[in-house]
Design a protein around this ligand. Structure first.
Ligand SMILES: NC(=O)c1ccc[n+]([C@@H]2O[C@H](COP(=O)([O-])OP(=O)(O)OC[C@H]3O[C@@H](n4cnc5c(N)ncnc54)[C@H](OP(=O)(O)O)[C@@H]3O)[C@@H](O)[C@H]2O)c1
Length: 189
């Protein structure tokens, strides 16, 4: 997007990486800035949106991409992982809406782009909580779209893509377990 002339504000927890990426984009002629951001913290999303508005004058689109999806059967009771999926995948999206919606309303324009998953449409063993969070994101987006009139809402639901996500999904102890597999129909993990 920076290469196509957009002003880009990047957020992720590893601030050194987003700041370095922002510097690389600027070096290549783009306008970009990296801001350390944890989507679990509402005030971090406010800061991210403020950075766009104060630095570039407006916010045209918010891409809510952060997500996590460790695989485990419910009976393993990995409650901390369940909580984190809810906090990142669902609360993170809600924090993005809370930060950007007032700006979009003021501008009378804006585009929410939410990254859900094929798992929002179908679950498999080991993915119940992950699917639940992504289904919730889909539901929130449906409601948002119905409420916001001329603002735009797009939901993106990828199947399996070999990114760093795979390392967060599959811990070493579950790597060989039969429930860790690509779903043949949806391509979801
Ligand atoms: N890869 C797949 O097969 C697949 C399939 C379906 C859906 N998806 C969805 O696609 C989206 C992107 O996934 P990906 O495959 O690109 O994963 P990824 O390579 O692991 O990238 C995830 C990104 O989110 C950031 N992030 C994670 N937790 C965060 C937090 N609490 N606050 C802010 N940023 C955070 C990470 O940076 P930091 O760690 O530095 O914060 C990283 O930049 C996710 O929502 C995922 O659920 C992926």
């Amino acid at each position: 997007m920076a290469g196509r002339g957009s002003n880009v504000v990047l957020g992720a927890r590893r601030g050194d990486r987003v700041e370095q990426l922002g510097a690389e984009l600027r070096h290549n002629g783009g306008r970009a800035v990296g801001v350390p951001t944890d989507v679990r913290r509402r005030e971090n999303l406010v800061r991210l949106v403020d950075t766009a508005v104060s630095g570039f004058g407006r916010l045209d689109a918010l891409v809510d991409n952060a997500g996590t999806g460790p695989v485990s059967p419910l009976e393993d009771l990995r409650v901390d992982e369940w909580d984190d999926m809810i906090d990142v995948n669902l609360r993170g999206v809600l924090h993005g809406i809370a930060a950007a919606l007032p700006v979009f309303r003021r501008q009378e324009a804006g585009h929410f782009v939410m990254v859900a998953s094929a798992a929002a449409y179908r679950t498999v063993p080991g993915q119940a909580v992950h699917s639940a969070t992504k289904t919730a994101v889909r539901t929130v987006c449906d409601g948002l779209r119905q409420e916001v009139g001329d603002l735009r809402v797009t939901i993106v639901s990828p199947g399996f893509v070999h990114t760093d996500f795979v390392n967060t999904v599959v811990g070493p102890e579950t790597r060989a377990a039969p429930l860790v597999r690509r779903d043949a129909d949806t391509g979801s993990l």
